[in-house]
Design a binder for this molecule. Sequence first.
Ligand SMILES: Nc1ncnc2c1ncn2[C@@H]1O[C@H](COP(=O)(O)OP(=O)(O)O)[C@@H](O)[C@H]1O
Ligand SMILES: [Mg+2]
Length: 281
Amino acid sequence: MSHEISEPELDPAFVFDFQAYDDLADGQRWSTWLSVEPLCRGPQPRPDWVVTSQAAVDTDLGILKTGKEGDVFLLERAVPDDPSRRSVLAAKRYRDNDHRQFHRDSGYVEGRRIRKSREARAAAKGTTFGRSVQAVEWANHEFAALSTLWSAGVPVPYPVQIDGTEILMEFIDVDGTAAPRLAQVRPDRATVESYFEQVREAMAVLARRHIAHGDLSPYNILAQGDRIVIIDLPQVIDIVSNHNGVEFLLRDCRNVCSWFTSRGLEVDADELLAELLAQAW
Ligand SMILES: Nc1ncnc2c1ncn2[C@@H]1O[C@H](COP(=O)(O)OP(=O)(O)O)[C@@H](O)[C@H]1O
Ligand SMILES: [Mg+2]
């Protein structure tokens, strides 16, 4: 009888990955595309710029904007040495610690349920665990809204994937720099008119689906040349099941209309609300 102990077999793929991992610099990770569940990836048909390769590396390019609930970073997802497989994404990371503020949580969560009761109780109590549950909930809610609205043809960034509190989405840029918010631009008359038509049409599509953005303002609308892109959707609300729904919709109408009025367009928030409600019912 032999007492020889055989060498453990080394998986060549593992050895290869391990060595490659050593080569990643600070601020880099392997693309998380394949490690998230298929349902955590964006809707089909997927734009051709989405990088799905197993060989892709994610590189943090720095912070774009800090916010109350989280921060938005620039992230490159690319296959090293293959310029045809390079994408730049916006990574919105919700903060799941004590520093996050919760002004959004009060009215919006009505009509939404957190399924697991332990999580629901923790969220209600505002414990640290509860806050991280809330951060994941907000991220999920925003990802779902982006997916639905992108598929409905609403101008929103394409949602690439969600991984816990991190959403990766299309980076809305003008010549490589982040597109300005509506609040920061002074377009000519024809562009202002066209922007209003685009915002009104987007709000109408939402209304027909019985939803309101819930935080629509010139800070959450980006101006990308001729087009507008609506962002920041963790608090979209169902205007039927939420009994403050119409008030949230009216506030969205007022925020939007006051910007257009300040840019010389004669628009009225009550008229816009009436038109949207007519679309909804
Ligand atoms: N997909 C994107 N492309 C370009 N800029 C973005 C994108 N998403 C967010 N930003 C920038 O980051 C800012 C904050 O993002 P937002 O989703 O509005 O979060 P919050 O207002 O809750 O911090 C935006 O005002 C915008 O300037
Ligand atoms: Mg915002």
